[in-house]
Ligand binder design. Structure first.
Ligand SMILES: [Zn+2]
Length: 102
């Protein structure tokens, strides 16, 4: 998978992050990328989700699909917590642990 373009833009309408599937709220700066394999894939993401995917080394062949992101976040959470909480809450805990300066 080849990264064709990538830029940071401000959300003018509500959107979804392709990593965590949570809402990108209006006014948030997020990353808009285009990848190319056999076809082009547009990818929108929270800046912190991409940083986390990089930190957890979830990229394979230059790309991290949503399933890999979920699996990586859950694996990281299982090292630090055991509570039965939903994915969004686990993601917040993992973000705090791995990106403490945010
Ligand atoms: Zn996200």
């Amino acid at each position: 998978m080849k990264l064709i373009s990538s830029k940071e833009v401000k959300a003018r309408k509500e959107d979804h992050c392709d990593y965590c599937d949570q809402i990108i709220t209006v006014g948030t700066i997020y990353k808009k990328s285009t990848f190319k394999d056999k076809k082009c894939i547009d990818w929108k993401s929270h800046l912190e989700c991409e940083k986390l995917a990089t930190k957890l080394k979830l990229f394979k062949d230059g790309f991290c699909e949503q399933g890999s992101f979920y699996a990586g976040v859950l694996a990281a959470y299982n090292k630090i917590g055991k509570e039965n909480i939903n994915f969004r809450e686990k993601l917040q805990i993992v973000l705090k642990k791995y990106l403490p300066l945010q």
